[in-house]
Design a protein around this ligand. Structure first.
Ligand SMILES: O=C(O)CCC(=O)C(=O)O
Ligand SMILES: [Fe+2]
Length: 256
């Protein structure tokens, strides 16, 4: 984690022109540098720089990652592989906790996508006027300024524990578990004093794999609460909707 954070720090310290070579607003780009989610449409820009890149399987993507700083590929590569292994284990445990076979969906857990979202939030002179990242939930599952919304709709700060990862469940697990698990709405705040980095690893099933409520979890008492969706449909939604106003998950709900 330390080495990956160091590589992130060095990347964001590169000259603006060099980072802008990776700039794109297109959410389908395998590697993209940017600031807000959608430059053309966002009403409030975030106090954030990010680089996002596909990461799994590593050999398909690593050659597209930044070649500067020279340690970037090696250090981020070790980090993404460790996190991918951890997600495989956690998914097995989540399936087991739902009463499903721990190897439910088999190879499809490790055969999905992993998107690394590396974020830099510079110190902000007026932190009350903006956010580091708008409230949202992730499609897949991930890892603090990090805050989440509790059941009573209050923002709760996630304490920073040195060396710990934060795991959040995303929309796919809420749908697959037919609402037993909830996808976390979260945001990041910024502060006056210091720059903050975060590295979120977002895990998903394959681009066109439809995820719906597991049939084992649907019965008369708990009918299907969600329509199925694929990662590609999620990407289409976030590129054509203002996700600070509309939540993708709400478009999937079935009113019984
Ligand atoms: O910086 C953080 O803690 C949150 C980042 C995040 O939510 C994301 O990249 O999806
Ligand atoms: Fe997120």
């Amino acid at each position: 984690m330390d080495e990956a954070l160091k590589a992130a720090d060095e990347f964001f310290n590169l000259p603006h022109e060099e980072k802008m070579r990776l700039f794109s607003d297109d959410v389908h780009m395998p590697v993209r540098y940017g600031t807000s989610l959608n430059h053309a449409r966002d009403e409030i820009y975030c106090w954030r720089d990010f680089i996002k890149h596909y990461s799994h399987p590593l050999s398909d993507w690593i050659h597209l990652w930044p070649s500067n700083p020279p340690t970037y590929r090696k250090n981020m590569g070790s980090y993404v592989e460790a996190v991918q292994n951890l997600q495989n284990k956690l998914m097995g445990m989540i399936f087991e906790s739902l009463g499903l076979n721990p190897s439910y969906l088999g190879e499809e857990v490790n055969g999905g996508s992993q998107l690394l979202s590396v974020n830099c939030y510079p110190a902000c002179p007026e932190p009350g006027l903006t956010l580091g990242i708008h409230p949202h939930s992730d499609y897949g599952s991930n890892r603090s300024g990090l805050e989440f919304k509790d059941k009573s709709n209050n923002w709760v700060q996630v304490p920073l524990v040195e060396g710990a990862l934060v795991v959040q469940l995303g929309d796919q697990i809420e749908v697959l578990s037919n609402g037993v698990y909830k996808s976390v709405i979260h945001r990041a705040t910024v502060n006056v004093d210091e720059k903050r980095f975060s590295i979120a690893s977002l895990h998903s099933f394959a681009m066109d794999k439809k995820i719906g409520p597991a049939k084992e979890l649907v019965d008369d008492e708990s009918p299907k609460f969600y329509n199925e969706f694929s990662f590609r449909e999620f990407l289409r939604f976030i590129s054509s909707n203002d996700i600070t106003k509309e939540r993708f998950l709400d478009s999937l709900r079935i009113m019984n």
